[in-house]
Design a protein around this ligand. Structure first.
Ligand code: SF4
Ligand code: SF4
Length: 132
């Protein structure tokens, strides 16, 4: 088993909540976040989301920060899948050059391993998430 810490250790800087690409919301996320906020999924989509490529993503403030960022994630318990698995996102499996893009905005990325091991890490994180 390849250790995740070989590739990443979060520095808790919050940069990933400050506007890079936005946080996409899956159907599962939509249900959980709406329940947590005690509003309907329709209201969550209309009031808290923008759309990109036909998919909802959480709105950002003018500053670029996610609307749920307030020095920490205010919906941490139910934050979207994308935020939970970050930075080991699916698109790295599709194209490992995406790791360099993530590295350019996340100071927690470590360059200690080869790309085959990185893909193993991503698969492991996604598998753990899907089991939970
Ligand atoms: S940008 Fe990277 S290091 Fe900073 S909080 Fe997000 S995941 Fe952690
Ligand atoms: S939902 Fe939470 S973890 Fe995700 S971008 Fe917004 S503040 Fe950050």
């Amino acid at each position: 088993m390849v250790r995740l810490s070989k590739f990443f250790e979060c520095q808790k800087c919050g940069e990933c909540c400050k506007g890079y690409g936005g946080a996409f919301v899956s159907d599962h996320d939509l249900t959980r976040i709406s329940q947590y906020l005690d509003i309907t999924p329709e209201r969550f989509l209309s009031d808290y989301c923008d759309w990109s490529g036909g998919r909802p993503l959480i709105k950002t403030e003018e500053s670029g920060c996610c609307i749920f960022w307030d020095e920490l994630c205010t919906i941490h318990k139910v934050k979207p899948r994308m935020c939970k698995i970050w930075p080991f996102i699916d698109s790295i499996i599709v194209d490992t050059s995406n790791w360099a893009v993530i590295k350019s905005m996340c100071p927690g990325i470590r360059d200690n391993g080869n790309l085959d091991d990185l893909v193993k890490c991503v698969r492991s994180v996604l598998s753990e998430y899907d089991k939970a």
